[in-house]
Design a protein around this ligand. Structure first.
Ligand code: MEV
Length: 427
């Protein structure tokens, strides 16, 4: 059995010690001793590598790197690495993935990985003539762009089309040219920016105008991921619980103040996977929020409704500009390990997993908010941190957590009192 066909359903994973978890994962993802060493290295990025990555380096900064279990996507099981500083997120993703596992589990699909490069043309003397000149030269412009990246073209990608429009702005009418580039397994910023810069002089000749910006757009609305999952009503608390989640979603869809927080919950999942895989998470955030406002009204990225059986259905569609070739994904050893743990070979698969985790995360938040509220889970983790800081070890930890929660005052002094009394108790 290859590890790709092993189940990701690992019950009680969160209760294991860190060492036990590493050993389960070593077996599950066939980690080498070097990769296990990397997990123990506290961040995995050496100073030399960091120094080559950005400027003015002084050191590195680590985040907790965990895995969400239980994910089943398009009939295949995935263990999903997440890097995040916020408690509850990894637990919620794993719990909701468990509820979404039935049948094929979460279902996903994607468009081709097409990114948009923008070329801004100013001072165009005759807009109509400029547009028709570009239309006529489309084929040769695309060919010129593709000469710059024969490797991308060989893999089936490259510049595919050009779109033209004029826009009214504060400083006058501008001609905006979109170069549509299929980026295959790359995020694409380098390829797209190079093409746009190279085409600029030809665009000036054709339009008689002056090119200013030549840059990728982060509103990657030609590179979308679609995710869908069903949760049986009884698994989420029955009919009333389903209705409450739909009401909570409707609030977000209608009100930008709520939509912003609702979408933040989705990005808790998506970005944690993005960070683990060293993706450009700023690009992903920018794209997601711009897409959420595409109707002119900032709305929920997800949709929740009831099917004929009264079960809860969740749908999420969002731009997903991710890559697994080039960039930090190639140079960061933890990112390479993250891809290995997921057992994936394409950017498409990575993007679909990221969106699936976003949808699971969204459900986790909506379930907590419509039932016990969000603080209970947070408080349990907070209590756990406090008792560990106060010196609790092994089996003492859960005992001390329960006792601390019972006091209703989750504070360090209380944690110390409880841990001391547990430790002092004769065995
Ligand atoms: C907290 O990081 C995320 C939530 O606020 C999301 C939401 O409100 O839907 C819980």
């Amino acid at each position: 059995m290859t590890y790709k066909s092993k189940s990701s359903r690992i019950s009680g994973f969160y209760k294991m010690t860190l060492e036990e978890r590493v050993s389960v994962l070593t077996e599950r993802a066939e980690l080498t001793p070097e990769e296990v060493g990397l997990l123990r290295s506290g961040g995995g990025l050496g100073l030399e590598a960091a120094n080559r990555m950005i400027e003015n380096v002084l050191g590195t900064m680590a985040y907790p790197f965990g895995v969400a279990v239980n994910f089943r996507i398009n009939g295949r099981d995935y263990i999903v690495p997440m890097a995040i500083e916020e408690p509850s997120v990894v637990a919620a993703a794993s719990n909701m993935a468990r509820l979404m596992r039935e049948g094929e589990g979460i279902r996903t699909s994607s468009t081709d990985p097409v990114m948009i490069g923008q070329i801004q043309v100013l001072d165009v003397p005759d807009m109509e003539k400029a547009i028709s000149s570009i239309e006529d030269a489309k084929g040769s412009l695309i060919e010129g762009a593709n000469k710059l990246d024969p490797v991308l073209v060989r893999f089936g990608g490259g510049a595919k089309d050009i779109e033209i429009r004029s826009i009214e702005t504060e400083t006058g009418i501008m001609l905006i040219i979109h170069l549509l580039v299929d980026c295959r397994d790359a995020m694409g910023a380098n390829a797209v920016n190079t093409m746009c810069e190279a085409l600029a002089p030809r665009i000036e000749e054709l339009t008689g105008g002056r090119v200013l910006l030549r840059i990728i757009s982060n509103l990657a609305d030609r590179r979308l991921v679609h995710v869908e999952a069903i949760v049986k009503k009884d698994d989420i608390g029955g009919e009333d619980a389903v209705d409450a989640i739909i009401d909570a979603w409707a609030f977000a869809d209608a009100d930008p103040y709520r939509a912003s927080t609702h979408n933040k919950g989705i990005m808790n999942g998506t970005i944690a996977v993005a960070l683990a895989a060293a993706q450009d998470h700023r690009a992903l955030e920018a794209g997601a929020h711009a897409y959420a406002a595409r109707t002119g009204h900032y709305r929920s990225l997800s949709r929740w409704y009831k099917n004929g059986e009264g079960d809860l259905v969740g749908v999420l569609e969002m731009p997903m500009a991710v890559g697994i070739v080039g960039g930090a994904t190639k140079t960061h050893p933890m990112a390479r390990l993250a891809l290995k743990i997921m057992g994936i070979n394409t950017a498409k698969e990575l993007g679909e997993i990221m969106a699936a985790v976003g949808l699971a995360q969204n459900l986790g938040a909506l379930r907590a908010l419509t039932q016990e509220g969000i603080q209970r889970g947070h408080m349990r983790l907070h209590a756990r941190n406090l008792v560990v800081m106060a010196g609790a070890e092994g089996e003492q930890i859960e005992k001390a957590v329960e006792a601390l929660i019972q006091t209703g005052a989750i504070r360090f002094d209380k944690a110390q009192e409880i841990v001391h009394s547990i430790k002092d108790k004769p065995k």
